[in-house]
Write a protein that binds this ligand. Structure first.
Ligand code: NAD
Ligand code: UDP
Length: 346
């Protein structure tokens, strides 16, 4: 059985689908801070069986100890965490406690139970402001906000753990910009309040929830002046996790650190155009000031993932926008009941 922390969230839920469809048994633990219990039944609808679900917090030592005792867990995929960059600058201690302490508590429970296979959600944010593109895994790391710092620290904790005793099989997966949704339209990303990430914001302009998109700067040193990112379909990302798990399982021990991206950068204007084609409506926008802390461009070198995992992203911009739109245009009255705070999420 595979334990997925944060498994009702955006990336964890899509990974749960892929793992179940590959024949794995899945146990989800999530405190529902940023997701809904209904995701479990949606995963059941897609795959034909619901994963086991525990509502709880990864910082709960006795809950975790009990969980490893009562379930035959072979590996852990660790998605649970807070991910809003802006919020992390306002409540850093909450971020350090939830993300760093949460990971330590989880790893201690694994160690006590003799489970040593661990797949971690890291981020391209660990590369800071790129000194060169495309980003290779050996690019220097840095952090400019507490959220990014939690990823750096957890990466380092995992390295120390790997070196401390034999048998650990650890994958540190650095995601670029996950977008899109499962093609069924039954699961997807549910940002709280006003989304500051590009794709969910465009989606809400398309549904009429927002009047127009602000493009944060058109004077960057990029082909059309707008920011360039490596957007990756969440289903490709989920497949990447399955492949990383299988890679770990095949090793006696390993510390794998790899990018999960497409290797292709798209500008904000290109994203708008692609989304317009998917939803069949114009996306209203205006050019606004640059967003503080933004970098001009960022995309992955995918060579290492191809070489080590034999994995590459297959889905293009068209599928990212079509699948994202199918999810965004569903009846989302339930989602709109959520809070109105707005934070930029990674
Ligand atoms: P998400 O918020 O949709 O999912 C995270 C889930 O973890 C949520 O369901 C939340 O309720 C749960 N959670 C948070 N703290 C918890 C705790 N202490 N105990 C139990 N559950 C807890 O986020 P996501 O986009 O699916 O991201 C998953 C992981 O990937 C995060 O670690 C995030 O930092 C990382 N990541 C995300 C992106 C992105 O753009 N979405 C990019 C790079 C890395
Ligand atoms: N962006 C934008 N308007 C928005 C949100 C984002 O112009 O409302 C731009 C942003 O400046 C960046 C790109 O879209 O160039 C992707 O931003 P996002 O926040 O989704 O990802 P990140 O910057 O964290 O990689």
């Amino acid at each position: 059985m595979i334990l997925i922390t944060g498994g009702t969230g955006f990336i964890g839920s899509h990974t749960a689908v892929v793992l179940q469809q590959a024949g794995y048994d899945v146990l989800v633990i999530d405190n529902l801070h940023n997701s809904e219990r209904e995701v479990i039944s949606a995963i059941g609808q897609i795959t034909g069986r619901e994963p086991a679900f525990i509502e709880g917090d990864i910082r709960d030592v006795s809950l975790l100890a009990g969980l490893f005792k009562t379930h035959h867990i072979q590996a852990v995929m660790h998605f649970a965490g807070l991910k809003a960059v802006g919020e992390s600058t306002q409540i850093p201690l909450t971020y350090y406690d939830n993300n760093i302490q949460g990971s330590i508590t989880l790893l201690q429970a694994m160690r006590n139970a003799g489970v040593r296979t661990f797949v971690f959600s890291s981020s391209a944010t660990v590369y800071g402001d790129p000194q060169r593109l495309p980003l290779t895994e050996d690019h220097p790391r840095s952090a400019t906000n507490p959220y990014g710092y939690t990823k750096l620290v957890i990466e380092d904790i995992l390295e120390s753990l790997y070196r401390s005793e034999p048998g650990w099989k650890i994958a540190r997966l650095r995601y670029f910009n996950p977008v899109g949704a499962h093609p069924s339209g039954l699961i997807g990303e549910s940002p709280q309040g006003i989304p500051n990430n590009l794709m969910p914001f465009i989606a809400q302009v398309a549904t009429g929830q927002r009047k127009q998109l602000n493009i944060f700067g058109n004077d960057y040193d990029t082909p059309d002046g707008t920011g360039v990112r490596d957007y990756i379909h969440v289903m490709d990302l989920a497949e990447g996790h399955k492949t990383a798990l299988e890679y770990c399982n095949a090793q006696a021990q390993t510390l794998l650190t790899t990018n999960l991206g497409t290797g292709q950068g798209y500008s904000v204007l290109e994203m708008i155009q692609a989304y317009e084609q998917a939803c069949g409506k114009p996306i209203a926008y205006q050019v606004a000031e640059r967003r503080p802390g933004d970098i001009a461009a960022c995309w992955a070198d995918t060579t290492y993932a191809k070489q080590t995992l034999g994995w590459k992203a297959d889905l293009g911009l068209k599928e990212m926008c079509q699948d994202g739109w199918r999810w965004a245009s569903r009846d989302n009255t339930g989602q709109q009941k959520r809070g109105q705070d707005s934070f930029n999420t990674d």
